[in-house]
Design a binder for this molecule. Structure first.
Ligand SMILES: [Zn+2]
Length: 334
């Protein structure tokens, strides 16, 4: 009806919409400032082709890049009680959760899927850093447990991709309890003789570093990832000294024996497939006699665990038998 509202306003909106487009089409490298076209950015898995800087990538894109096409399926994660502490800082915790959910499309910070890598079944769990800093609360604990249970059920390795600012402070002590809970999840895999592989991504800090993220059978990290408990700024303020160059970065940790490998994200699929195949494929027959070869394979590890259990079993039983014998003797004396 009105010329201003019906004609001018839509036209103005259209003009501004077209102005927004270039920003969405181009991604700027956080490190060197190079502009990367969005299609190239996706194809390069959010790695700058100019300087090799690894930018954050969501769980979905990561899973898709690693798994064989058409094999990915979600693993259900039980939902925890929402906000049992009724926590409120500047905002209510439930409102923060709602915002994060609508912003990222995830239910919580960790996502779990199963699939195949070169035909070998695997379970993958990854944090979304966009979801409240990837922080570990009850939901992340549930995710890790669900992932470990699914891996044990499938007889598959679990590969985790932590990225977190630490424990979720809005859940107080309940978030700290996820440290032993996720450790139990890792222990489940160990008991089943299944590999637990960790790929540390930028940043892995706090309670996540202090629990499951450092318990991998194989510890891999992405280049330049910050991996620490307390961050460099906190340490500098505490000890009042300048920290060495690259302190707490993946390469520094590799040099100091905390990691097995630092792997470029673009070679991650290749590397993980090789590792998973080495650990999970049945060992060729001639190797079975070779103690070293058998020790490295999953089957060999299972056998080793079984052998250890056998070794422990009789001694416990014989002790019990000795006790029973002693009691009988005492009784007969009485
Ligand atoms: Zn760059």
């Amino acid at each position: 009806m009105n010329w201003l509202t019906d004609y001018v306003r839509p036209k103005i909106k259209q003009v501004f919409r077209t102005r927004e487009m270039p920003e969405n089409l181009w991604q700027k490298c956080d490190s060197c400032g190079q502009m990367i076209f969005h299609r190239d950015f996706e194809a390069q898995l959010h790695v700058c082709d100019n300087c090799g800087h690894h930018m954050k990538i969501g769980p979905d894109a990561r899973f898709r890049a690693l798994l064989d096409e058409g094999t990915m399926a979600a693993v259900e994660v039980p939902e925890p009680i929402a906000d049992p502490l009724k926590f409120r800082d500047t905002k209510r915790y439930t409102d923060r959760l709602k915002d994060a959910r609508s912003k990222t499309g995830f239910k919580d910070a960790a996502t779990v899927v199963e699939g195949q890598m070169a035909g070998v079944p695997v379970v993958l769990a990854a944090h979304a850093f966009d979801f409240m800093g990837g922080s570990m609360g009850m939901a992340v604990g549930n995710a890790l447990l669900a992932a470990a249970e699914r891996a044990v059920a499938l007889g598959a390795p679990l590969i985790a991709f932590p990225a977190a600012g630490g424990a979720r402070m809005q859940e107080g002590i309940l978030s700290l309890m996820q440290m032993p809970r996720t450790t139990v999840a890792v222990e489940m895999l160990r008991e089943a003789g299944l590999p637990f592989i960790v790929v540390l991504t930028d940043p892995t800090t706090g309670g996540v570093t202090a629990s499951y993220a450092m318990l991998g059978d194989i510890q891999i990290a992405e280049p330049g990832a910050l991996i620490c408990f307390a961050g460099p700024r906190v340490i500098e303020q505490t000890i009042r000294e300048k920290l060495p160059e690259g302190f707490q970065r993946a390469e520094y940790l590799l040099d100091h024996g905390m990691l097995d490998m630092v792997v470029d994200r673009r070679q991650m699929r290749e590397t993980l497939t090789l590792v998973v195949e080495m650990l999970m494929r049945p060992v060729p027959l001639p190797l079975l006699d070779d103690a070293e070869g058998a020790g490295k394979s999953a089957a060999g590890r299972k056998r080793k665990v079984a052998a250890e259990k056998d070794a422990a079993g009789p001694s416990v039983e014989s002790e019990a038998a000795a006790d029973a014998g002693g009691e009988a003797e005492a009784r007969s004396k009485g």
